[in-house]
Design a protein around this ligand. Structure first.
Ligand SMILES: *Cc1c(COP(=O)(O)O)cnc(C)c1O
Length: 334
């Protein structure tokens, strides 16, 4: 089906990423085999899931002869950082609208944003929630008056075009399954704005599969993501000549959000520490740590008994962790 007819993309990521078995974690959990896809290794400066989505979004910007990228996110946005780095790699300008205020000491992703030359503009949380689109439109007009043409990428590049990054990732997984000689029954990931999840669901359907796809929400609730993913799928379909008739169910678990987006409990931080010591793999507190914690709990509760082999997609986030030394400081050493 349509897999040969994906939109064009600009190659930025280090692909394919490896799939490894989590030997000791699998043993400790005593449940299904747990494997991990290392999308935290899509690059160094470009590490994480966002670069896959940006490969497609930025190609669209280049096709429209744009020389600037505008996007938005939290102060430790992995997406904003990946956009800033991609812009620098392609000789484009970048303006980032981040939630924060002047005087913040740059750390983690924010520090990298500045290092690669992106212009950062701060907004309040309220303005971000209510007016970010009109503010970004205003920046585009401002750039236009200076002779530039800017392309606006929505939060997380989670729109129709961005989702193709994970349609393509799914074809990569299909190929790797051929090499491994088996198929995963369930694919697990963290869901922040829905593009990764939506892209994988579409990619699996285009490949003729309909396997269980489990997303752990990290901020907003299940209903929100069911609507959001459906919207992304509709938008993505407009780029395809042929649309799949069957998708897997949109299965979002919102039981492990905790206190809210980007807020972490000591229990979560301890889980991340223990996992790092067990496997030598660092999860982040905002996304992948919450999702892996949720997965461990679900296995413990016996809710994944029908799965023999799970694939957890490690979507990155290391720089965000480095921007949260305050939360980790005391626990890491214990
Ligand atoms: C953005 C992000 C996610 C969530 O991906 P979405 O496509 O926004 O749902 C997961 N993990 C990390 C590390 C991220 O930066």
């Amino acid at each position: 089906m349509g897999l040969n007819h994906l939109p064009k993309h600009v190659p930025l990521a280090n692909l394919p990423t490896r799939i490894e078995k989590l030997e000791r974690f699998t043993k400790a959990m005593g449940g299904p085999e747990i494997w991990i896809k290392r999308d935290d290794q899509t690059g160094t400066e470009l590490s994480g899931n966002k670069v896959r989505k940006l490969e497609f979004a930025i190609q669209e910007a280049l096709d429209q002869s744009c020389d600037y990228l505008i996007t938005c996110g939290g102060i430790q946005s992995n997406h904003a950082r990946a956009t800033a780095v991609s812009a620098a790699k392609l000789g484009m300008g970048a303006v980032l609208l981040l939630v924060g205020e002047d005087g913040i000491k740059p750390e983690g992703n924010h520090l990298l944003d500045l290092l690669v030359g992106a212009e950062v503009r701060f907004v309040s949380g309220k303005d971000y929630a209510e007016n970010r689109q009109s503010i970004m439109d205003g920046i585009r007009t401002e750039l236009q008056e200076k002779g530039h043409k800017a392309y606006i990428i929505p939060e997380g590049a989670s729109n129709g075009i961005g989702a193709f990054g994970y349609v393509k990732a799914m074809t990569e997984i299909h190929q790797q399954e051929k090499e491994l000689g088996f198929q995963f029954d369930c694919i697990v990931s963290a869901t922040g704005s829905g593009g990764t999840y939506g892209g994988m669901l579409l990619g699996d359907a285009l490949g003729g599969h309909a396997r269980r796809m489990l997303g752990f929400a990290v901020g907003k609730d299940r209903g929100y993501f069911q609507r959001e993913v459906a919207k992304i799928l509709t938008e993505a379909a407009s780029y395809l000549q042929e649309v799949p008739r069957h998708y897997s169910e949109i299965e979002i678990n919102d039981d492990y959000i905790g206190k809210g987006y980007a807020l972490s409990s000591p229990e979560l931080i301890e889980f991340i520490r223990d996992f790092a010591r067990l496997e030598g793999i660092v999860l982040d507190p905002v996304y992948t740590g919450k999702a892996m914690f949720g997965l461990a709990e679900e296995i413990r509760k016996g809710n994944l008994k029908d799965c023999k082999r799970l694939l957890f997609v490690h979507t990155g986030g290391l720089f965000g962790l480095l921007g949260k030394a305050g939360d980790f400081g005391q626990i890491a050493g214990r």
